[in-house]
Design a binder for this molecule. Sequence first.
Ligand SMILES: [Zn+2]
Length: 262
Amino acid sequence: MATRIPITMCHGTSDQGEFPLPRLHLTTLVGIAAELGFTSIDYDGLAAWRDGSGDLPEHPIMFDFDHPVTTMLEVREVLGEAGFAGNLFVNSGPMAPENVSPDTLTWAQISELVESGWHIGAHTVTHPNLSALVAEDPQGEKLQWELETCDQEIEKELGIKPRDFAFTGTSWSSVAEKKVMERYRFGRLWIVGSEYQADGDKIRYAELVGVEGEDEADGGPPMAARYITANTPPYRLPSMEFQAPLIHEASAFRAYLEGALD
Ligand SMILES: [Zn+2]
C-alpha cells in the first residue's frame, strides 16, 4: 500500500467537553502509537520525503497541536515518555503582554518545547474565521497582516521563521490558501467531522481535499482523506482531532493507526 501518515490534533490536555482528554487518556492513546511501532516526524521530515531528499521512518506519525496553552507542557512529558515530539502551531495574539494569562505559554516555555525536538508553525494572530473573513476582507489585507505579524513575533521571540501554517478552526478560504501558499511550505486543516466552511459556504471536507467516496458511518470523511499521502495537496493536509468522536476512543484510535499499517 502507498504510504499513509496518520496525523493527530488537539489543543493540549483537557478535562472539558464531551470527549475530554486528560493526561491519563492522552497517555493511553500515545502508548498505542508506541506499541504499534510508530515514530513521530515533523514538517521538515515530511517535506524531505515529499521532495525526495529524505526517507521516512518505517511507521511515521505526526502529532500536531494548536495554541500556546500551558497544558502543552504536560503533553510534552507524555509524548517524551514515549519517545515522541510534537508540532505546535502558535497564534501569537494570546502571547502579547496585554493578553497574558496563566493558561498561556511564555516564549521561554515554547523555547523549551523546541529544545525537546518540537517543531513550531504559524496560526495567525487573532485567530479569525477564515471563511467568514472573506466577506469583510475580499483582498486579504487583514489576513496578510495576520500572517506577517504572527511570523514576525515568532521569529523575533524564537529565532524561527515559520514555514508551516495551520488554518483556524474548520474554516478555509481560497484567498487564505493563496496567501498561505505565498508564505509557507504546508497548510494544515482540522478534521472533527465531515463538514467544512469554505469561502462562506458549507462544504464536505472530502470535496475540499479532492478525495472521492462517501463519508464514513462514524460521521467523518472517507478514510483516505484522514492520512497524509504522497498525493495530499500540501496546503490541504489533514489532522484528526483527539477530542472528537472519530479517534477519541482507544479502539477507534488503534483502528486509525492500523489503517496506516495494512
Ligand atoms: Zn486554532
